[in-house]
Design a protein around this ligand. Structure first.
Ligand code: SF4
Length: 305
């Protein structure tokens, strides 16, 4: 079933499945992404949350979610999701719950878990064709423990453990996942909610793993103003740093390609984690290398910046 496309922000569901008053930082781009994702997933959801920043969202007896929520260690959220999915399937098969009481199983992780510690259990779940959603809120470091380098930290970014800037590029998680050829895989952004919504609508058609990675501004880790979160998420896409794309059974297509790409510098100069590239003197070599890395990515798809 192909569902009708959402054309404008006015067509997004008004229903909220996550409420305010969470202990997350002001301006957390992950929270904004999650809000949009849950609007599309509805309330019949069980979230399997790998340890990370969002562990703090639901602490008994308080929760911002309409849905159920389960906590796992960093490495094993997809294994937890397998258990929940199996239990639901057994209850359905035995007639102990009605089909309309079925729940979508949703893994929620940060990049530390998705790119590093939980990669093997995610690979196993994709390989087993587990019917689940996977949402990674990627702030490009271990945010919950003070912003240490993760496999997702980009080249030249300062973190608590890369004080002079990281010396090599981030892992390409999209391509790692895509090599498994899951039914549906996409990158999303909180600054492009219509694109995000349509990807969830499309993913709904597929049984099996449906995976989403969202690059999310993180004010304390990126040293940015919390009020600039939306602007930064948009700049990441408009400069070509964060490519919005999807893959259906391994075939990749870009869903948003800026008409005119902005210089990558516009994105970098807004963030304290890259401030050493501009002060006390401009590091032309590194700035040029970052722009070249972005150009090279788009060239692979026949798009010149
Ligand atoms: S540290 Fe960053 S990712 Fe974690 S809750 Fe705060 S803003 Fe969000």
């Amino acid at each position: 079933m192909i569902t009708e496309q959402i054309k404008s922000i006015k067509d997004l569901p008004l229903e909220e499945n996550m409420f305010s008053g969470t202990p997350a930082c002001a301006g957390c781009g992950g929270l904004l992404t999650l809000r949009h994702c849950l609007k599309m997933l509805g309330e019949k959801v069980v979230i399997v949350n790998a340890a990370g920043c969002f562990t703090l969202l639901s602490i008994y007896p308080f929760t911002p979610f309409r849905s159920s929520w389960l906590y796992t260690a960093m490495a094993c959220a997809p294994a937890g999701a397998q258990g929940v999915r199996d239990a639901l399937d057994i209850l359905l098969e035995k007639g102990k719950i009605d089909p309309d009481e079925n729940l979508k199983v949703v893994v929620l992780t940060g990049d530390g878990s998705a790119y590093d510690m939980g990669l093997s259990s995610t690979s196993g779940a994709i390989y087993r064709n587990l019917d689940f959603y996977y949402i990674c809120y990627d702030n490009e470091a271990y945010g919950n423990t003070g912003f240490q380098e993760s496999g997702s930290t980009p080249f030249a970014s300062r973190t608590k453990t890369t004080s002079a800037g990281k010396e090599f590029a981030k892992k390409d998680l999209f391509e790692i996942w895509n090599s498994h050829k899951p039914p549906y895989l996409a990158t999303i952004s909180p600054a492009y909610p219509v694109d995000l919504a349509n990807k969830f609508k499309k993913a709904e058609q597929y049984k099996g793993p449906k995976l989403f990675i969202s690059l999310i501004p993180c004010p304390p880790g990126w040293s940015t103003d919390p009020s600039h979160t939306f602007k930064l998420a948009k700049l990441a896409v408009d400069t070509g740093v964060w490519a919005l794309k999807e893959s259906i059974s391994g075939e990749v297509e870009h869903t948003v390609v800026p008409k005119k790409f902005k210089p990558v510098e516009d994105y970098l100069k807004e963030q304290g984690r890259f401030s050493h590239l501009f002060k006390p003197v401009r590091n032309e070599e590194t700035l040029g290398k970052i722009q070249e890395m972005v150009n090279e990515y788009w060239k692979r798809y026949g798009i010149l910046l």
